[in-house]
Design a protein around this ligand. Structure first.
Ligand SMILES: Cc1cc2nc3c(=O)[nH]c(=O)nc-3n(C[C@H](O)[C@H](O)[C@H](O)COP(=O)(O)O)c2cc1C
Length: 155
């Protein structure tokens, strides 16, 4: 299967999770691309402009990854999902990373936003999860997330 991991990451945390997922999916025999969403620096209050917006249509299935910003999905990923063409029938999984130790501190809300945006485009979200960066169990969280998302993407 041709899998796209479409990821926004400012300081590398989300990207590092994307890379672990890429390794697991590639080991399972899939063609996997980590494809970055990048925003232009913006003066405060101005709408986000994307300088890189991957074509989700070229992948059989898609994973979306982004950080939590201000208890919400990072604005660059929201902007990306707002402009992405319909994802009708496409299987999608999503994850977020956040600094705070519990998913209820923004992660759950961000995942709900991601799920709603994908479903509004006609995608089916098969799984999602948050990684809490400040937790000692972070590596285990990442391993479990990778297992879960790999399983739902390529059952
Ligand atoms: C502007 C901004 C707002 C943030 N807001 C939150 C937040 O509400 N809750 C949280 O847990 N972490 C928050 N963080 C921390 C990031 O979610 C966390 O460090 C994440 O793993 C960064 O991912 P990245 O390295 O891929 O950019 C915020 C970070 C930034 C820069």
């Amino acid at each position: 299967m041709n899998i796209g991991i479409i990821v926004h990451s400012q300081t590398g945390n989300t990207l590092s999770v994307a890379e672990k997922l890429r390794e697991a999916l590639a080991q399972a025999g899939h063609t996997v691309t980590v494809d970055r969403v990048e925003a232009e620096g913006k003066p405060d209050g101005q709408p986000i402009k994307l300088r890189r917006a991957p074509d989700a249509g070229k992948y059989d299935v898609v994973v979306l990854g982004a950080p939590v910003h201000a208890f919400s999905l990072a604005p660059a990923m929201r902007a990306y999902l707002a402009q992405v063409p319909p994802l009708k029938g496409k299987r999608v999984a999503g994850f977020v990373t956040q600094q705070f130790p519990f998913a209820w501190m923004g992660g759950n809300h961000a995942l709900r936003q991601l799920r709603r945006a994908c479903e509004a485009k006609g995608a089916t979200v098969c799984g999602s999860g948050a990684v809490n960066w400040s937790r000692r169990s972070r590596d285990r969280q990442i391993a479990e997330l990778v297992d879960r998302l790999s399983g739902c993407l390529a059952p």
